[in-house]
Design a binder for this molecule. Sequence first.
Ligand SMILES: [Fe+2]
Ligand SMILES: [Fe+2]
Ligand SMILES: [Fe+2]
Ligand SMILES: [Fe+2]
Length: 432
Amino acid sequence: MNVLKEKGIPIDKQIRTWHDIVKRPYNRMEADNYTRTRQILMNGIETEAWGFKHCFVRKSDDMELNKTLVRIRRIEDMQQTTINWLSPVNQTVLDTTLGYEQVAVDLTAWLAQNEPDEYVKETFDFGLLEDFDHLYRYSQFAYLIEETDPNEILHEMTDVLIGRPTQYHHNCNALRIRKPYDKDKTSPQTKVNILTLVSGEQQTHNYYAEHGFMYGNTDLKRLYAEICDVEEEHVTMYETLVDPNETMFEKWLVHEFTEVCNYYNCYKDEVDDRLKLIWEEMMQMEIGHLQAAADMFKKYEKRDPEEIIGTELVLPCHFESQKPYVTEILKSQVDKRVIEDGEFDVVEELPDDWASYKVQKMVSEKGAPSEQAIRLSIKSIGRDIACASEKMLEMQSELLDDSLEEVQAPNTVDVEKYEKFNKIPPLDFLNY
Ligand SMILES: [Fe+2]
Ligand SMILES: [Fe+2]
Ligand SMILES: [Fe+2]
Ligand SMILES: [Fe+2]
């Protein structure tokens, strides 16, 4: 389908009543876990669509252009309210947090396998193992504080076990800067893939920043602070893949196209009939936005929008279980690290003056909250909270061994401890 030839809903028909804007939430117990991941991601996509248009108007003194941008921006904002408020009131912050990290793991794995640019794929794989570890750390508290079996939320679609340990995600943020694609050579799919992930990571950062304080538990608050900061690094890492020479009009086209593609993908995959209708309505609205962006692009840049977004839709957010792919990346890349000039290296090759060592020493001087999470589980139930096949769980100590650096937080849970507690059957803890 060439979306530029579709009509969609015209902008002046997109203002909705408050009754239409605020819809009934999905059911916490009955919702499909990938309905939840779609809702979490689309909230992030709308937030980015809104924020981008604020940046655009702040840089523009063209009244005709600005009038169009602010009108569409309000629609994005109303869409964001609709999507975000589909969250049920009885879904706790930790439940939602597990949902956010499930988005990050399964979305990044999907994108990595559907990314034509090798370097961009490598960057996605790198980030994947970090969000995978976040899911493991938060799962400890989901059980300890709210007695939640992580699979109540994840529905056994995503494994919970150690990844690249979170204490090693703290870099000199300058090392996170990656090499940008060339806007004239890269495919529309790469542009959409990256913007989708940037939007998701940015929203994850915002969610932790705005909700981490909502628990009266200092260890958990520190964990939110720690992982919130990693998400900031992730936004840096993914957004620097984008060619900074793209014009604002090109970026606008890519933004609306990304919204159309994501809603289309949600509509196509959705199992809940009521949500399916919402995705369809939102997609029709986005086609209207894309038409406006295309008109402005032709008027101001005198070029064909197809040069930027092509003629085919892409599928940037198909959710399905990615366990085998994540296992493969986990086994082969847990020891990878970011270095200068957008390159990667492995732990054994890092120089003594690697800039991230300094940062890690500073932030973890009094202990890493992500290590404290495991310690608290051991104290309470004898082992960590982990949900994966027996074979995978046995690998935990090996994975840790491969990823340990010279710099370690003073409260690091060591390989020996993992070997010891891994002998306790994991299912027992849920009946403890
Ligand atoms: Fe939107
Ligand atoms: Fe994460
Ligand atoms: Fe992330
Ligand atoms: Fe839009």
